[in-house]
Write a protein that binds this ligand. Structure first.
Ligand code: DC
Length: 231
């Protein structure tokens, strides 16, 4: 059976397992993985470092001109076999996963100038096929013509437990309630923002993985991808 390389867009709620599945699919298919959430997180880290966010207030006057000086790139990490996020040439893969960045990222992600810059970069990165890209607006805004779109979700409590496990080693004081509150808050901000809100593309395959194991999800998604790749 002849196959073609396709573009796969994965959207969904925060901590719904998008990046785990996107990475696994990219590895299995030998595709490039692009984590657009990492790009919004890196832009947030940039704003924090440049003191453009103070007490959750973004300095809207300065953010536009400062964005021109922000340089985002991915570099393949042979140890993890995935691309690491770099900000101005420095690996920030760890720094962008802190609760401080998570708490502020929605403020940055709703700024039209930020989205314009990152969406243009994402479209360029996805040129050619053989790409798995995950985020919130990939199937609707960044890659509306993607051959395959998934929309992933899970119950908020399930997602909060997953997120807590991820950050527990680094931030021992973080509680489940704090994480759940952050998950619910981010869902609300992502879905209700005026610019590129999180919504299901009409042609997306919906996956609620509250009660699915990683293996079950992966097998299901891979099967659909392989089918779409058939010529
Ligand atoms: O997937 P994540 O949790 O790493 O994403 C971080 C934040 O970035 C999240 O609050 C939503 C935002 N985001 C976005 O607005 N658009 C995207 N394409 C990806 C992420």
């Amino acid at each position: 059976m002849a196959t073609r390389r396709i573009t796969i867009a994965i959207d969904g709620h925060s901590s719904a397992g998008k990046s785990t599945m996107a990475k696994a699919l990219a590895k299995e298919l030998n595709y490039v993985y692009i984590d657009t959430g990492a790009m919004y997180r890196a832009a947030t880290l940039y704003a924090i470092k440049e003191r453009l966010i103070l007490n959750s207030q973004v300095d809207m006057e300065s953010i536009g001109e400062n964005l021109d000086r922000m340089f985002l790139s991915f570099k393949f990490n042979p140890a993890t076999e995935r691309p690491d996020m770099h900000l101005d040439g420095v690996n920030v893969e760890k720094e962008i996963r802190t609760l401080e960045v998570a708490k502020n990222v929605s403020f940055i992600a709703k700024i039209p100038e930020v989205r314009k810059k990152l969406v243009a970069l994402q479209k360029r990165m996805a040129e050619g096929s053989g790409v798995v890209m995950d985020g919130r607006d990939i199937g609707t805004v960044v890659l509306p013509d993607a051959e395959l779109k998934f929309f992933m979700t899970a119950d908020p409590e399930v997602r909060a437990w997953r997120r807590l496990k991820e950050i527990k080693d680094k931030e021992r004081d973080t509680t489940f309630d704090e994480v759940l509150e952050n998950v619910l808050h981010r869902d609300k901000l992502d879905s209700e923002r005026a610019v590129a809100p999180l919504k299901q593309a009409h042609d997306a395959v919906i996956i609620d993985n509250s009660n699915l194991s990683m293996e079950e999800q992966f097998e299901f998604m891979l099967k659909i991808a392989l089918k779409r790749m058939e010529i």
